[in-house]
Write a protein that binds this ligand. Structure first.
Ligand SMILES: Nc1nc2c(c(=O)[nH]1)N[C@H]1C(S)=C(S)[C@@H](COP(=O)(O)OP(=O)(O)OC[C@H]3O[C@@H](n4cnc5c(N)ncnc54)[C@H](O)[C@@H]3O)O[C@H]1N2
Ligand code: MOO
Length: 408
């Protein structure tokens, strides 16, 4: 495998060079999708007191435990009404009941709540037709959250469940990691941007938009720098504009062409650069290094190659910067439905369609896998990860798939 760098070695170098960003406070309504920068320790129990799970009557179980018949209901005296939000002023004594609403604190003396459907109440007393087990319909103090427990740990990406819990814990502001700002630059005289007059001799700059979407999906903030001309001067000027960001991502100009200046310019701007021929397909040529402390990636220009290398390297660095615990995409094992062969040298990322079929996960490719065939990324919900040493995959073999989006 001479001259080829393994992806996992490249990932290690990238991750070693990446530091996690600091934190900022945001209000709860802005916190969805953000990554928690602090452990959340419960300041009190939830629920804060034993409370009723039903609208009904708080009673002493001893009073209702006998066998009930429709003709011989237990009859208890109603001594008070407790609405949700109110607290009983009396305690339930033998032969007594307190009318209670769902969520209200269970009065002293009561150990069971009988739901209203099992009773026949009048103004002053209630007849109970059905016994309930002792303790029924009482939600105990602290059944959800115990004071002092770590309820959500640092590095968790906040979803609706976590946001609701933060509200329960009365956190109106929460510490989250800053979002990585990613400058995106496309290179090449053949490119035209979306706001330019259409020219059929030009290639539309799609990479900047695909990469920007990848940045957003990974929780970052894309900063589009436009298109650099195929000159070292233009490249240098544009790259300097991106140095205010945390990461600079270029696409194009990293292979062997006469106008491929990315590597030269990266070299002139910074030290400690890596120019890799990665042992992956697609996405072989790649430049990486630090320019003035900022991570800089030169991704290959072919549209699929730029996306696949973004996934494997830039996204992983963004995850670390953003404070995520899980840096890599989730993977599943699925039954391969086709035949595939390759040289046992590079790791291949085939664009795949993962599906549930007869109780198992299956995967097939999206069709032709050329690195300019962007419809493969449109159709794919996963990248089939075929390891370097593998030569053949047959129908029925299990393969590993990086999950990119929903499996139907
Ligand atoms: N002699 C060699 N030629 C090539 C090699 C090699 O090893 N030796 N590697 C090939 C591989 S693999 C790839 S991948 C590409 C990488 O090329 P570059 O990074 O230099 O990219 P370009 O040549 O500038 O462009 C390649 C291709 O992609 C299109 N492109 C570029 N930028 C964009 C953009 N922003 N939006 C849409 N499309 C873009 C461009 O038009 C070309 O078609 O090199 C191979 N060659
Ligand atoms: O690496 Mo290139 O991305 O094989 O087309």
């Amino acid at each position: 495998m001479s001259g080829l760098t393994l992806l996992r070695d490249a990932q290690k170098i990238v991750l070693d060079a990446t530091t996690t960003l600091g934190c900022e406070k945001v209000s709860l309504l802005e916190a969805i999708g953000r990554v928690l920068g602090e452990d959340i320790i419960a300041p009190r129990d939830n629920p804060p007191w034993n409370n009723s799970a039903m609208d009904g009557f708080a009673v002493r179980w001893d009073d209702i435990k006998k066998e009930h018949e429709i003709t011989k209901p237990a009859e208890l005296k109603i001594i008070e009404d407790v609405a949700a939000g109110a607290v009983a002023t009396k305690s339930v004594g033998p032969g007594e009941a307190i009318r209670i609403m769902t969520g209200a604190p269970v009065p002293d003396g009561a150990d069971t709540v009988v739901r209203v459907e099992y009773t026949e109440p009048s103004e002053t007393s209630v007849r109970i037709f059905q016994p309930e087990p002792k303790g029924m319909n009482i939600r105990p103090k602290g059944e959800d959250v115990k004071e002092g427990e770590c309820i959500i740990s640092k590095g968790t990406q906040l979803g609706p469940g976590e946001i609701g819990m933060l509200a329960i814990l009365a956190k109106s502001f929460v510490l989250v990691h800053q979002r990585p700002r990613v400058a995106i630059l496309s290179t090449g005289d053949e490119l035209a941007d979306l706001d330019e007059k259409f020219d059929e001799n030009k290639i539309v700059n799609s990479n900047s938009y695909g990469i920007a979407a990848g940045v957003q999906e990974a929780g970052g903030i894309p900063v589009l720098l436009g298109i650099a001309k195929d000159t070292p001067e233009s490249l240098k000027e544009k790259i300097s504009q991106g140095l205010g960001c945390d990461i600079i991502v270029l696409s194009g100009g990293v292979s062997m062409g006469d106008y491929d200046f990315t590597k030269v310019v990266f070299g002139e701007l910074g030290a400690d650069m890596h120019f890799w021929k990665l042992a992956i397909r697609p996405g072989q040529p790649l430049a990486f290094g630090k320019i003035q402390g900022k991570l800089a990636f030169g991704l290959p220009g072919n549209p699929v190659s730029s996306m696949v290398t973004f996934e494997q390297l830039v996204r992983v660095a963004m995850m670390k910067m953003g404070g995520h615990r899980q840096l890599y995409r989730p993977t599943v094992n699925a039954v391969f439905k086709e035949k595939f062969s390759k040289h046992p040298d590079r790791r291949h990322f085939l664009r795949g369609i993962v599906a549930h079929e007869d109780g198992q996960l299956t995967v097939k490719t999206t069709g032709p896998q050329g690195s300019g065939i962007l419809t493969s990324m449109v159709k794919a919900n996963g990248l089939i990860d075929v390891a370097e040493e593998i030569e053949k995959v047959n129908p029925g073999d299990m393969v590993k798939v990086q999950v990119l989006s929903r499996i139907t």
